[in-house]
Design a protein around this ligand. Sequence first.
Ligand SMILES: Cc1ncc(C[n+]2csc(CCOP(=O)(O)OP(=O)(O)O)c2C)c(N)n1
Ligand SMILES: CC(=O)[C@@H](O)[C@H](O)COP(=O)(O)O
Ligand SMILES: [Mg+2]
Length: 624
Amino acid sequence: MEDLLNNINHPDDLNELTNEELTQLSDEIRDFLICTVSETGGHLASNLGVVELTIALHKHLNSPKDKIVWDVGHQSYTHKILTGRKDKMTSIRKRNGLSGYPKLKESEHDIIETGHSGTSISSALGLACARDHRGSSERIYSVIGDGAITGGMAFEALNHGGHLEKDFNIVLNDNDMSIAKNVGALSNYLAKLRTDPSLRKISGEMGDLLNSIPGIGSGMFKTMDKAKDSLKYLLVPGVLFEEMGYTYLGPVPGHDIEALIKIFEQADKINGPVVIHVNTIKGKGYYPAESCPSDYHGVGSFKIENGESEKTKTNITYSQVFGETVTRLAEEDMRVVGITAAMPAGTGLDLFQERFPERFYDVGIAEQHALTLSAGLARGGMRPIVALYSTFLQRGYDQLIHDLALQNLPVTIGIDRAGIVGSDGETHQGQFDLSYLRAVPNLTVMAPKDEQELVEMIKTGHKLDNPAAVRYPRGEGLGIDLDYSRSEIKVGKGELLLDGNKILVIAIGSMVHPSREAIEDLKDNKSKIGLYNARFVKPLPEEIIELAQKYDYIITVEENSLNGGFGSAVMELLADNKLQQKLIKRMGIPDKFVEHGGQNEMRDYYDLSIRGIKEFILNILEGK
Ligand SMILES: Cc1ncc(C[n+]2csc(CCOP(=O)(O)OP(=O)(O)O)c2C)c(N)n1
Ligand SMILES: CC(=O)[C@@H](O)[C@H](O)COP(=O)(O)O
Ligand SMILES: [Mg+2]
């Protein structure tokens, strides 16, 4: 069999291929993806599901003149391969390698950078408006999954797009899965469109019948508005989209390149916005991923022959400790409800879901709604615990302020993936939460130094009558023995871990442990360095004021942006207490988006490692 893939360096190369060859190419790409991702890790199942769809889009369109906007962007690997990046795919998600998402600096075919869900319809609509302002004629396609379309942003954009009536096409890639099983009324509706053959049959037969009545049938649709409206519910499968101003096409089998190209041709002839409903199989072509797509949504390296992870056993993760703690709290307190925005497994809340399905809410990819829903639940007498990744909590900032904090409601937010997340890169870093959370009145903000403190902080949040946020890092804990019975911590109370006389290191959360190791490593100088675990970013422990007076230098260490972060809070506290003359140095993330790379590798790059902290302290000791 000829190796077609080796000759594809640009989408134009597809023009030479017959439909049979395109099908062969899709097989080659699938093999290539499985091989590559088994070594690099990445978003396997989503990418396997869109191989034919991506080939068909690139065959049909003329990229980069025509625009393809990927929602989330985690499914853009075939797009990368077809646009000249095949040879770099082994570097994907590694430092200085290809990003796992569309990146403007990588290729002129990457139109919009993404990573968060639900942006593609807004972006495509914006591109369509810009095109019309400029008077040009490019075609614009957004590709959005059935999971991503459940988010508020997608709904807002659909609403506006139907109103503007611009020419642009939305490819709805429906694989009946989010990361977990997709949820919600829209998801149920799509399932009906996908699976109800009677609906499709009625639609076809009634349409044919009416059209066959000479002089009446075809006119009937056009003239009898009322009848048309009521019939439409029976006849038109995508009536929801149709009523919103879109032409609905499909569903079309998403692994049939010929059928896909045909429907794209049809869509291009239609004036106004079009929704093209495409059915795909998540994980297509790799048995383990096809049979359990949620396990292969995002993977580390694995053995191809059986799909087993190559990762050796690790310590319990912070997410698992969070899930266990919430589940135990729920056993004692009937008021505890757990809420996730489409991330039950990622946040560890799947354990709670299994144990208390009736008290568990997966709201879909809808962080804003998750927070305001929790406000309603709290107002109604419950004690909600919301689990969100730091990067996705950014979506719900106003809800946090307006719906939770303003009304001072007792909701605890578990903020997972705070700090540097690693290979997902810029779009997913949890580098801002301390900065934006500390501005919010009524909110208690905590960060545990280890998984034991996480248990205690979740319990602390649960006991409070105001909103509380606990932020913790991606990945495993320190491997300490856990005691789930230990109770809450006094609010605003840190702990002095090491006493010294010259430099006081004030660390928060994930930076306490490496700070301690760095100080231990300083040997002779060790006794000069004090270490304080602040635990609380808000309220900051007042004892810092007294402690600071004993030392010549203060160093703050945080896994957060320096702008407005923990270090800034300490400086403000000292300045407000007339201690601004103290020499204070802050360690943290500079004013930059942190690129992808290994989690510890990127921490070390920003000196947020034992090595980095040790060198920083030594420089001060040596008067540099
Ligand atoms: C705002 C936001 N919340 C959560 C996520 C995490 N996330 C990434 S992909 C995904 C599921 C997307 O499902 P779908 O759009 O159907 O794509 P599929 O993976 O099934 O192809 C989720 C929840 C995200 N990227 N952005
Ligand atoms: C695309 C996306 O947003 C998620 O799949 C994300 O990559 C998950 O990250 P974790 O691997 O940290 O759960
Ligand atoms: Mg999906």
